[in-house]
Design a protein around this ligand. Structure first.
Ligand code: GTP
Length: 429
């Protein structure tokens, strides 16, 4: 048995992710005020009618344990300190204030709107684009694997342990690494790898197989309008992803509408509008602070009236820290479903690949709060830990719909496992 002590020790040391407790929340006065007429009377009254259907309220709880969990694993990028950090003594002694105060783990809101850089159209093949986006992961993962295999004389315990370590440090995660190692061992035992070099092909094949299970493109034709609700923590690239998606769908000849459902942060709707203009699509928005469910209602009505093919709805990004905002998201879903039966057809969770395993933790929390149906993994170009792409879909059982490999309009790609693996394992010339 090649999978030995090292892995067993790593497994024992693996930090457990606390289960998220089922918690409900009593709508605060502030929340109820937000729900009141936002702009159009019709939308507000219909949205209010929805509130009446909600379950009886119970005590609100701020989920500090989750926040602590999220903060434990810091992203590679340095986030400036926020004045709204949960550990501030004021926050702890004044939970009521905290209820209406914004958020906890994100960087301070940036009010000025950074207009996207105009993109110089350069014809680059998909493969080249993907390869460039994966350069860091390739160097750290495949570069190390190649060095390891070429310096090994035979397939032995040491080699397998080192291989395992490379996978873990590239953020494949313990569960996925263990699965990969087990499959490799079975194939070695079956005589499929005579020497260390042959392991490269086997590993590539195993990764590809796992990624194929995770790939499932959106079926936009399954409904008109097809509604995509986009969720995720602030700063992960939600707005950028929505802009890129809009651009992509428009270039496929689709009519697209955007809904500015992040009414919490003043600049969010502005930022979305900039992307909307850039992609040439209309943005449905209301004033800052209005009820996001009312925006969802307006956007759904507009999408039906304009016979749009796709409606993409942005949402606020603090859902993992605030139970009331999770409730808000559920309410948006109900409103969408009432206006367009079956909507949202996709609840797309955007996660930032540079946050490594923290992205996995975030995804689990969102998954427990709302019915996430797919993932968009951004900033793969900014990390050497691209193995988490394999881990996240594998461990969550969620399909990876899109990968972000840069800041340009074209740098969000529908996830193609074959292209991904080929680009990753491309031999350096
Ligand atoms: N390198 C790289 N940067 C990206 C990618 N996707 C998004 N970004 C950048 O990430 C930053 C944050 O993106 P936003 O779209 O503003 O993030 P958000 O989640 O909408 O954040 P809020 O607007 O604060 O809610 C921006 O500077 C984007 O250009 C990607 O795939 N690669």
């Amino acid at each position: 048995m090649l999978l030995t002590g090292w892995l067993a020790v790593r497994l024992l040391k693996k930090p457990s992710v606390p289960a998220v407790e089922e918690q409900a929340v009593e709508p605060t006065v502030a929340e109820q005020e937000i729900i009141e007429p936002a702009s159009a009377e019709e939308s507000a009254s219909l949205v209010e009618a929805d509130d009446a259907l909600q379950e009886p309220p119970v005590e609100p709880v701020v989920e500090e344990s989750k926040d602590a969990l999220i903060e434990e694993s810091a992203p590679e990028e340095v986030v400036p300190p926020s004045e709204e950090i949960v550990s501030s003594p004021e926050t702890e002694v004044a939970p009521v204030e905290e209820e209406v105060a914004p958020a906890i783990t994100e960087a301070p809101p940036v009010e000025e709107v950074a207009a996207p850089e105009p993109e110089v159209p350069v014809k680059v093949s998909l493969f080249e684009r993907m390869r460039a986006g994966l350069a860091k992961t390739q160097a750290s993962l495949v570069g190390r694997i190649d060095a390891l295999l070429s310096s090994s004389q035979s397939i032995d315990e040491d080699l397998m342990e080192e291989l395992e370590e490379v996978l873990v440090t590239a953020d494949f995660g313990m569960q996925t690494t263990m699965g990969l190692m087990q499959s490799l061992e079975e194939r070695i035992s079956a005589g499929e790898a005579a020497d260390p070099q042959a392991l490269r092909g086997l590993l590539k094949d195993e990764i590809r197989q796992r990624l194929r299970l995770e790939a499932a493109p959106l079926d936009l034709e399954s409904s008109t309008p097809y509604v995509i609700m986009v969720v995720g923590v602030n700063g992960v690239g939600k707005t950028t992803t929505i802009g890129k998606l809009a651009h992509q769908f428009v270039s496929q000849g689709k009519t697209v509408l955007l809904g500015a459902g992040d009414t919490f942060r003043a600049a969010a709707a502005e930022q979305l509008t900039v992307w909307g203009e850039r992609a040439g699509v209309e943005v449905i928005r209301q004033e800052s602070g209005s009820d996001p469910a009312a925006v969802a209602f307006d956007a759904a009505k507009a999408a039906v009236a304009r016979k749009a093919d796709v409606l993409i709805l942005d949402t606020a990004g603090r859902l993992h820290t605030k139970v009331n905002l999770m409730e808000e998201l559920k309410k948006i879903r109900r409103v969408l479903d009432r206006e367009i039966p079956g909507a949202p057809h996709e609840t797309l969770l955007v996660v930032d690949a540079t946050t490594g395993q923290n992205a996995l933790v975030q995804a689990r929390l969102f998954q427990e709060a709302v019915e996430v149906s797919g993932l968009a993994l951004t900033k793969l170009d900014g990390t050497a830990r691209g193995g988490m792409l394999v881990a996240i879909g594998n461990e969550l059982g969620l399909p990876v719909r899109y990968v972000g490999i840069g800041e340009g309009m074209e740098d969000l790609r529908p996830f193609d496992p074959d292209l991904f693996v080929e680009a990753l394992f491309e031999q350096q010339g």
